[in-house]
Design a binder for this molecule. Structure first.
Ligand SMILES: O=C(O)CC1=CCC(=O)O1
Length: 263
């Protein structure tokens, strides 16, 4: 296990692969960096892989809610400075993709390219995030877990016999409450439309065909903002294709890196 102080908090991270081209993975709301296990393992022979638990998730410090998206962005910038990463491809899922867009806007020196998975320049509305915050404050994360699982995964993956599904549900309900609520507030208050429209790096946007949280049309609208970006749909996947279809996600990342000459 690796921990470091960055931006005034303790972050949990993993850093493997020495001086190869760097890929950084950022995870989604209510998950930790294990969601990238299969994709990271497939890419590890060819890349330096950095994964981390964002503030209030996994083993990273859970400061009191609410958070701002700039907290998450500044945490990642500080972590990469601490690890002496000069420039990387950032692969971000959902809020991890929002953090990746924010990092590219405020620290373009750190970002060679972006893979934006199941994310958007703006996710949800003030009303939807306030409603979720109120429900979780009243009943805990367990009270929304079954509904969230329907956003995250296809019916086939949600089978009672699928142990991986049970494990992902456990990951959600065991998330630190402050981290979950804090990041809901960060999403509520974040709108990156203008800074994302100004991005100049190579970008691949991907989305599961059955994503109930950031559906294909929303992710396509983000791709349409970014000149020259590519947009791909992953078949038979919900909001977390890196868990549900890791081979397809790995293939799309590899193809993007080759085409954009980032490998
Ligand atoms: O739990 C969800 O609704 C899915 C999600 C939205 C933002 C994020 O990071 O995950």
């Amino acid at each position: 296990m690796n921990f470091t102080h960055a931006n005034g908090i303790v972050l949990h991270y993993e850093d493997t692969g020495g001086d190869r081209p760097v890929i950084v993975f950022a995870n989604s709301l209510g998950t930790d960096f294990r969601i990238w296990d299969k994709v990271a393992a497939a890419l590890r022979p060819d890349f330096r892989i950095v994964r981390y638990d964002k503030r209030g998730h996994g083993l990273s410090e859970a400061t009191p809610a609410p958070y701002a998206m700039s907290d998450h962005v500044n945490d990642l910038a500080a972590l990469l400075d601490e690890l002496r990463v000069k420039s990387a491809v950032i692969v971000g899922l959902s809020v991890g993709g929002v953090i990746a867009q924010g990092l590219a806007a405020v620290r373009p020196d750190l970002v060679r390219g972006l893979v934006l998975s199941n994310t958007a320049h703006k996710i949800g509305t003030q009303e939807s995030w306030n409603a979720r915050i109120a429900t979780v404050e009243a009943g805990g994360i367990e009270s929304i877990a079954d509904a969230v699982m329907k956003l995250w995964f296809t019916p086939a993956f949600r089978s009672p016999s699928n142990a991986e599904f049970a494990g992902c549900r456990a990951m959600l309900v065991r998330s630190p409450l402050a981290g979950y609520l804090g990041t809901c507030a960060a999403l509520r208050d974040s709108d990156l439309t203008e800074s994302t429209r100004a991005l100049k790096v190579p970008v691949l946007c991907i989305v599961g065909d059955q994503d109930g949280s950031t559906p294909p049309d929303l992710v396509r609208s983000t791709a349409n903002l970014i000149r020259g970006s590519d947009f791909r749909i992953v078949a038979d996947a919900g909001h977390i294709p890196c868990v549900e279809q890791p081979a397809a996600v790995t293939a799309l990342i590899r193809q993007f890196l080759m085409t954009a000459r980032l490998a």
